[in-house]
Every structure is written in structure tokens, then in C-alpha cells.
Design a protein around this ligand. Structure first.
Ligand SMILES: Cc1cc2nc3c(=O)[nH]c(=O)nc-3n(C[C@H](O)[C@H](O)[C@H](O)COP(=O)(O)O)c2cc1C
Length: 189
């Protein structure tokens, strides 16, 4: 199973990088697999640490994807990194093995510290739709435009029927971002 999370790492120059990543768990290990090139990959190779935030606030995924990052982070306890303040839990992990691959290498990580911050209050379809739309936003150069637009139209049903104000605002921001990216893509092709 893949769990959608927010991973934060730190560069050599102490610049944080915070991006959505789907992680896998294998026994007690966490597997993180960035597609190259990736700043998260560079940072994890250099300093071997990352925080993994588990949040039900889908707007945080949107903010990362549109590179707005309008949300608060807090200092980790045992590593030099930050985690998402509005998370239900976070893990602090250390890389113990690196599986090399030219396209998608994998970091095998050990959890060295975890904290719970809140309770999960239930599933909301609009939040799930936002996560799916974030994935589409990262695949504009890879998928046919028609597929992206029809999937967005389908996902919008859940937004219209089940969103709160925050999800509605995030949906509008993400749609604007996707529209702009599609236009740029058309211009370049
Ligand atoms: C829900 C979700 C899951 C994602 N999972 C991954 C992943 O496992 N690997 C990856 O390379 N990119 C993944 N992405 C895309 C990255 O977040 C995106 O490409 C980001 O810009 C990577 O930044 P980086 O330079 O820190 O790697 C995911 C995006 C979303 C919205």
C-alpha cells in the first residue's frame, strides 16, 4: 500500500524542501522513491534524514504542488528538519540503505522518532479529489490533455458536492495552476 505524505528535507545550505511523496512501509522500514531529478533525493543523499508528515489537510498538498507553501512548519525533535504543523502525526527518519536506479532510486529508512498531533476525524471525498488532482498536475507533460481535462471534470463533482471552504479555495488555485501549465505546454509543443 502507498500512503500519501509530505516529506521535508534540508539542503547542505540549510534550505528546507517540502514535497508530497507516496511512501511504502516494509516491516519497520519506510521506503521513499523519488523520480530523478529531485531536490528531495539530493538532500537525502547528502544528509540522510527526512521528516514524513501525515496530514488529512489536502490543501497542504496543493500548496506544495503550486509552489506557494502557505502553511506552517515546526522544528523536528531529533533531526535537523521541519514537519508540517497541521499534521496528525509525523515520523523522523534516517536513511539506512540506498537502492540505486537511474530513473527512480529508493531510500530505505528507519524511523528514529514519531509524534502524534491529532485524531483522524473521517474521510472527505473533496480532499481525496484534491490529492488526485495534484497527481494530475504533476503529469501534464506526460498525459494527453483530453485525459487530464476529463479527469478534472469528474473530480470536480466531489468538490461541488462535499467540499468545505478550504477545499473549494484550494481547488480553484489548483485549477488555475493546471490551466496555466497546459497553456505553457501547448505553446512549447
Ligand atoms: C500525492 C502525491 C504523491 C507523490 N509521490 C511521489 C513519489 O513517490 N515520487 C516522486 O518522485 N514524486 C512524487 N510526487 C510528485 C512530487 O511531489 C513533485 O514532483 C515534486 O515537485 C518533487 O519535488 P522534489 O524536487 O523535492 O523531488 C507526488 C505528488 C503527489 C501530489
Amino acid at each position: 500500500m502507498i500512503i500519501e505524505t509530505i516529506i521535508s528535507t534540508m539542503s547542505k545550505e540549510k534550505k528546507p524542501q517540502t514535497s508530497p511523496f507516496g511512501i511504502k512501509k516494509k516491516n519497520k522500514l519506510v521506503l521513499i522513491s523519488p523520480y530523478l531529478p529531485s531536490t528531495t533525493h539530493t538532500n537525502m543523499l547528502e544528509n540522510k534524514f527526512a521528516s514524513i508528515s501525515y496530514t488529512d489537510n489536502a490543501s497542504i498538498f496543493v500548496e506544495c504542488i503550486i509552489k506557494n507553501q502557505n502553511f506552517l512548519m515546526k522544528k523536528c525533535t531529533s533531526i535537523e528538519a521541519y514537519y508540517v504543523k497541521d499534521s496528525l502525526r509525523h515520523d523522523e527518519v534516517k536513511v539506512i540503505n540506498y537502492i540505486k536506479d537511474d530513473e527512480r532510486p529508493t531510500f530505505e529508512c528507519e524511523i528514529i522518532h514519531s509524534e502524534n498531533h491529532g485524531s483522524f476525524l473521517g474521510i472527505n471525498r473533496a480532499r481525496n479529489a484534491l490529492i488526485e488532482a495534484c497527481i494530475l498536475a504533476t503529469r501534464i507533460n506526460l498525459l494527453p490533455q483530453k485525459k487530464i481535462l476529463s479527469e478534472l471534470e469528474y473530480l470536480e463533482n466531489a468538490i461541488l458536492k462535499t467540499s468545505g471552504k478550504i477545499e473549494q479555495v484550494s481547488w480553484n488555485k489548483l485549477k488555475k495552476f493546471i490551466d496555466k501549465k497546459i497553456k505553457k505546454n501547448e505553446f512549447n509543443n
